[in-house]
Design a protein around this ligand. Structure first.
Ligand SMILES: Nc1ncnc2c1ncn2[C@@H]1O[C@H](COP(=O)(O)OP(=O)(O)OP(=O)(O)O)[C@@H](O)[C@H]1O
Length: 583
């Protein structure tokens, strides 16, 4: 029953709908008591030889009218209760999705995609069941059950009623015991489902790699192990589930036996009429559903409660990136001062960055180079406020990045990550992703800047060509150029390219860099790259190694220094010559 308390906020919000729904459920419970009594009455009239055509017709008309009333009342409660339950699922789904969009990188590293999807589907529908079927079974078991029992006691005989109800306390006990076990079993089954979902998601995304390495069999076996476990866990749930019905049937069966023995005696000593016994047996029959509903109720509540706890656990996760309530709403603009003395990834003892200092004048370009794993992306992540837990400060324009609202900061920055992601929509929509009002002409302008325009015209439907499964398969270089066009479309004060030109050839790279320089004359750019030709035009280049800056300067001063940059530049030039390139 705790789940009703947990969902109290929602019932309060929907009190009108639930009031009407429950009221009509109660009316159905009362109205449906009439036909059994009328049937009992007819039986007595027949037994007493008093039945006339008029009495028969009147009784049948009354039964028909009651049936119509039940139909109307049922329609009303269904619209109100089912409607509210659907609204609960919508509210929870929106909250959960909003929460996902608010969460930081750590959250998405901790929880895997399949797991989050299982929460957003299975768990939410288990909670929705509480607000729909849960309320129905609660009212049915308490009200229909209660009203029927009262009718049995008042209209027929209270001693017979007491006798018939003797086995019922055992039902409550058995339901509680089974319910507890079901709660645990259901939680385990949901967890195993999450893991299987995760596996399916990962395998489908990584199918190319699986096939390339010939790991289909191993992957299939791994998937089979996970699905077997899901089946095992579900069998446990179904086993416990299936115990509910037999328990109820046995208890009702014992009730029937007691009724026939004791009721038969009452008829013989004329305490009740045969018609009353028939009505009583009908009422007892009507108690089966409320008792079954009681069983389902525990079941639904336990599942709902386990799912609510799982969803709540997610919702309780706090993002480590907290927005200042008085945050600056104006987009950031101006020089950048980056001074970070120490930065560790959460739960990582080793410092990812140490003593990183640089300044970028508004409109200038900074190049960041270094070995893989040196810390280039980490610097960019701090700039983007993906992590706040560093020592030092990063000032963009007049204020530290932490003082801006996240919206304002993100509006000022266009970011092209290493692993680009394009949505399954047209190329045009991908480019205008964060600027939906962009005209086609402007979209073309950004495509031209990133040297992808000609490629797009070559696709079957030009800019309207769908990307992904339902459309064209793009090459790595094409994806990179569309992603840069998407970032440029916001005309950001700061453009960050994280190894975003790695898959384009040297000539195209040069064309893009030239276009960027011309079009973004007064805007700032940070380019992190492995290929030094991407950064050689930058006003300043820093070489990062092991989280520290080991060299800095312009292309020429770094070459003159004769260190890592010099060696790498020579090597890359040689490689390029061997490949037949120019730079
Ligand atoms: N989310 C994370 N949690 C813990 N450690 C991380 C995380 N991301 C990166 N690291 C570690 O921080 C160090 C710097 O990584 P970073 O991605 O900044 O390097 P990089 O220079 O951008 O490398 P690459 O050129 O390969 O992209 C590496 O040792 C990496 O393992």
């Amino acid at each position: 029953m705790g789940i009703f308390r947990k969902l109290g906020w929602f019932f309060k919000q929907e009190k009108k709908s639930y009031f009407i729904g429950v009221l009509f459920l109660i009316l159905v419970a009362i109205v449906q008591l009439v036909p059994p009594r009328l049937i009992g009455f007819l039986a007595d009239e027949i037994g007493g030889n008093r039945l006339t055509v008029i009495i028969l017709v009147q009784t049948l008309v009354a039964i028909f009218c009651v049936a119509i009333l039940q139909y109307v009342f049922r329609y009303i409660w269904r619209v109100h209760i089912w409607g509210s339950a659907a609204r609960l699922e919508k509210v929870l789904r929106s909250n959960l999705f909003k929460h996902f969009t608010d969460m930081d990188q750590k959250f998405f590293q901790t929880y895997r995609t399949g797991d989050l999807m299982a929460h957003a589907t299975n768990d939410l529908s288990a909670i929705q069941q509480v607000a729909g079927v849960g309320i129905l079974t609660l009212v049915d078991s308490l009200v229909t059950g209660g009203v029927t029992i009262i009718a049995m006691a008042v209209v027929i005989d209270w001693r017979l009623t007491l006798m018939a109800l003797i086995p019922f306390p055992f039902l409550a006990y058995a339901s509680k015991k089974l319910g507890d076990r079901l709660h645990d079993a259901f939680r385990d089954s949901q967890e195993s489902f999450s893991k299987m979902n995760d596996k399916a998601q990962e395998s489908i995304s990584g199918m190319k790699v699986i096939k390339t390495f010939g790991q289909e069999k191993q992957d299939l076996n791994d998937f089979k192990t996970k699905t077997d476990y899901v089946v095992k866990m579900n069998r446990k749930v179904f086993f416990l589930d299936s115990l509910f019905d037999p328990v109820i049937t046995i208890i009702i069966g014992i009730s029937y036996i007691l009724t026939i023995i004791v009721g038969g005696r009452f008829v013989m000593n004329q305490s009740i009429s045969i018609g009353q016994l028939i009505s009583f047996i009908n009422y007892l029959n009507m108690l089966i559903w409320p008792m079954l509903a009681l069983g389902y109720l525990f079941n639904i509540l336990e599942r709902g409660s386990a799912s609510y706890d799982r969803v709540n656990e997610l919702l309780m996760e706090k993002s480590t990136i907290v927005e200042d309530p008085f945050a600056i709403q104006e987009p950031a603009k101006g020089d950048i001062h980056f001074h970070v003395t120490d930065f560790h990834y959460p739960e990582d003892e080793k410092a990812a960055l140490k003593q990183i200092d640089f300044e970028i004048k508004e409109g200038a370009t900074l190049g960041i180079v270094g070995k893989t794993g040196a810390g280039k992306t980490s610097i960019l992540k701090l700039m983007l406020r993906e992590h706040d837990s560093y020592q030092g400060n990063i000032i963009f324009g007049q204020y530290p990045v932490m003082d801006y609202s996240l919206d304002a900061l993100k509006k000022s920055i266009g970011y092209v990550p290493q692993d680009q992601f394009l949505f399954s929509t047209s190329i045009e929509n991908n480019i205008r992703f964060s600027e939906p009002d962009l005209s086609h002409k402007e979209v073309v302008k950004f495509a031209e800047m990133t040297a992808i325009h000609e490629d797009i015209l070559g696709f079957p439907e030009g800019y309207e060509t769908e990307v992904g499964e339902r459309g064209v398969s793009l090459s790595g270089g094409q994806k990179q150029r569309i992603s840069i066009a998407r970032a440029l479309a916001t005309s950001p004060e700061l453009l960050i390219l994280d190894d975003a030109l790695s898959a384009v050839d040297a000539k195209t790279e040069e064309a893009i860099l030239k276009a960027l320089k011309n079009e973004r004359a007064n805007k700032t750019t940070i380019i992190a790259a492995h290929r030094l030709s991407s950064v050689m035009h930058a006003e300043e280049i820093i070489v990062v190694d092991n989280g520290e800056i080991i060299e800095r300067g312009t292309h020429d001063t770094l070459l003159a220094l004769g260190g890592w940059y010099h060696d790498m530049y020579r090597r890359q030039q040689l490689e390029s010559k061997l490949d037949g390139g120019e730079a």
